[in-house]
Design a protein around this ligand. Structure first.
Ligand code: GLN
Length: 307
């Protein structure tokens, strides 16, 4: 048996299975988002989780081969990529680093802030950052991000073209309004390419293994990346779950990021990463089942960074 150096490795499969069962039960109270037709078709009962420990132990449960779009769970990795490519000054001139108190797609929040996105974890911030990704067009930009991420994480992210068609089928006026406001206030040069890139990178897809492997990039923090990884983890902890981030810090105490697909990633500094997929969402747009499971694991194993 492998020598265990991570608290995560003490988690027993039976215990995980019991929590997952309860997580699926609780997720019945959640809603499946309707604004992307293909997301609306998600199976409410579907559940997958992979826990990767720094010592190499891996524990998985559920539909682990099921692929889903990362949606907002890609945002920490857009941030990481741009911090590495362009540096902190360029990135934080474009989007701030303060938590937001309004929903992830709030135009009021953006206007209150004079057109500068509060942080890179909400839609305005991610749309603004998408416009900084190197490449001549949305396809090239997304490809550059995808290649870099797959290299860093040893993951197999791909663009789900059917999902992208579905995203494009219903015009997202809200995101468009965010882009136009940023254009007006001078935080964006080209709204079209920013939106096109943003929609495409949100459709980068993979399974819970890919999600957990992405999380491990932030945990392993290679010498060349460690400072930027620290920045990303801090922003996940303070802004990753939008206006629920403060509450989550008390209950769980880990950097995390959700996506409207039901993706939920959490990283445990120095210990490992947890990738989870469960489509029903709460009012704030976070996976009900994912949140429940993370809380159980964090409490039982005392994983909170504040423990
Ligand atoms: N593409 C989604 C949107 O713009 C991402 C949002 C999310 O996952 N919260 O609405």
């Amino acid at each position: 048996m492998k020598k265990s150096t991570s608290k995560l490795s003490s988690l027993q499969p039976e215990q995980l299975a019991a929590w997952v069962k309860e997580a699926i039960n609780r997720s019945k109270s959640g809603q499946i988002p309707a604004y992307v037709p293909l997301l609306a078709e998600a199976d409410r009962q579907e559940f997958a989780v992979q826990i990767r420990a720094i010592d190499g132990n891996i524990l998985s449960w559920g539909s682990i081969a099921k692929t889903f779009p990362l949606m907002s769970a890609v945002k920490p990795f857009v941030l990481l990529y741009l911090l590495c490519e362009l540096g902190e000054k360029t990135v934080f001139d474009c989007a701030g680093c303060e938590p937001s108190e309004m929903p992830f797609n709030s135009l009021t929040q953006l206007e209150t802030d004079g057109g500068k996105p509060r942080n890179p974890m909400i839609n305005s911030g991610a749309i603004a950052l998408a416009s900084l990704i190197p490449g001549n067009n949305a396809v090239a930009r997304c490809q550059n991000l995808q290649t870099w991420l797959n290299q860093q994480a040893n993951s197999q992210l791909f663009v789900d073209e059917l999902m992208l068609d579905s995203v494009n089928q219903k015009r997202n006026q809200n995101n468009r309004d965010l882009a136009l406001a940023m254009l007006k206030f001078g935080y964006l040069q080209n709204a079209e390419i920013a939106l096109e890139t943003y929609n495409r990178i949100c459709c980068l897809s993979g399974n819970v293994e890919d999600l957990a492997k992405l999380g491990m990039v932030l945990v392993k923090s290679d010498e060349a990346l460690w400072e930027n990884c620290r920045t990303v983890k801090a922003l996940m902890a303070t802004c990753g779950l939008y206006e629920a981030s403060g509450r989550f810090a008390l209950r769980v105490g880990l950097p995390a990021k959700s996506g409207v697909s039901g993706a939920m990633l959490s990283v445990i500094p120095g210990e490992g990463a947890i990738g989870c997929y469960s489509p029903p969402l709460d009012r704030e747009g976070n996976s009900v089942g994912g949140l429940f499971l993370l809380e159980q694991i964090a409490k039982a194993l005392r994983l909170s960074v504040f423990d």
